[in-house]
Design a protein around this ligand. Structure first.
Ligand code: NDP
Length: 328
């Protein structure tokens, strides 16, 4: 089997030589273990943080060791009760084409009629992030005006659709006309092309003259500052991610943060893992939206495990629409 290893810790934007695809031994199965042939591998922005030698909510990748991440595969051999060859499973031994792993911690795909790779995107971790971040963390309600950044991505595109299905007004921001058109087609009332001529702040003022009630932050930086500038009394900010600084670490100049006080803005950081106990609500509500024809799903698929770093780096260049995936 082959697995991507972390060769060097990047400073700034990672480069291809930070990764190496190497052969790995496949041990015989111990008690309680299964062998999985991976079909789909996930690349996600949080993996950039794991390339640093700094303790965060996810442990750093070890230098010279195989990398890990979300994957969907097929069981080809089982020494564990409840798993049989042919089962499709979701697990965290990604970045490789095959894995031997304890069945504990491996999830069978939920019985929802979507392709298996959707459980790495809209029906998986990014979808749950959208659902819990919007409805539980930001406590978004019908009638709210919701601003979401990276709105053409895996998390953001799902935020747009859940918010519309729940009667909210949605402003989505994305880079470029093609992505903005897609975000509009998902139901967004107004879209902001942050790569366009006018600043995010100016465009957000025009899109939400009365201000915003909720900001779902995937980007940080200029987007976050513009959200502060336009926040109404009692606005709630769900701070999900700040991809704008993952490769720089630079502190951006935030000028409107002081409005937190006078406008009683509530800012809440969150991790999707805080909400796993309520995954049942997520599957129920998302399956209902699917059945009602209220969910669209987009994927950007990179073919071949040898192109996985390219897929990962594409996240920081915006080369994905919807969920970025690698097909082994
Ligand atoms: P996406 O599918 O949204 O991919 C990343 C997108 O970010 C790109 O397509 C690009 O779109 C945009 N982007 C990249 N760099 C910049 C930049 N400098 N400024 C503005 N936009 C940029 O990824 P995900 O949906 O998986 O993740 C979205 C966010 O959610 C990330 O910040 C991630 O870290 C966070 N997250 C947090 C979780 C949590 O538990 N808190 C869990 C999962 C994700 P464009 O072309 O529009 O620029």
């Amino acid at each position: 089997a082959r697995a991507w290893h972390l060769e060097k810790r990047p400073s700034g934007l990672p480069v291809a030589s930070d990764f190496a695809l190497r052969d790995i031994d496949m041990p015989a199965l111990a008690d309680g273990e299964i062998r999985v042939r991976n079909l789909w591998l996930s690349v996600d922005p949080y993996m950039r943080g794991r390339m640093n030698d700094a303790k965060s909510y996810a442990d750093p990748f070890a230098l010279g060791e195989p990398m890990t991440g979300g994957a969907v595969g097929e069981v080809v051999e089982s020494n564990a009760e409840g798993f049989a060859p042919g089962d499709h499973v979701l697990h965290m031994h990604g970045w490789r084409d095959e894995a031997v792993l304890p069945a504990r911690g491996v999830q069978k795909l939920p019985p929802i009629d979507v392709p298996p790779q959707a459980f790495l995107g809209q029906f998986g971790m990014p979808g749950m992030t959208a659902y819990f971040g919007l409805l539980r963390v930001a406590e978004a309600k019908p009638g709210d005006t919701v601003f979401v950044s990276a709105a053409a991505g895996a998390v953001g595109s799902t935020v747009v659709q859940i918010a519309k299905a729940r009667g909210m007004t949605v402003i989505g921001s994305a880079g470029g006309t093609r992505k903005c058109d897609w975000v509009r087609s998902l139901g967004a009332d107004r879209v902001i092309d942050y790569k366009g001529e006018a600043s995010v702040l100016r465009q957000l003022h025009a899109a939400a003259p009365e201000g915003i009630d909720v900001y779902f932050d995937n980007v940080g930086g200029e987007h976050l500052d513009a959200a502060f500038a336009t926040a109404r009394q009692g606005a709630r900010f769900a701070i999900c991610g700040m991809i704008d600084i993952y490769n720089s670490g630079a502190a951006t100049e935030l000028r409107y943060i002081a409005r937190t006080i006078a406008a009683r803005i509530r800012i809440q950081g969150f991790l999707v893992s805080d909400w796993m106990g309520e995954a049942g609500d997520f599957y129920r509500d998302m399956a209902a939206m699917l059945a009602d024809g209220k969910l669209q799903r987009e994927e950007t698929v990179i073919e071949g495990i040898e192109n996985m770093p390219q897929a990962f780096l594409g996240l920081f260049e915006g080369s994905n629409m919807g969920k970025m995936l690698v097909r082994v």
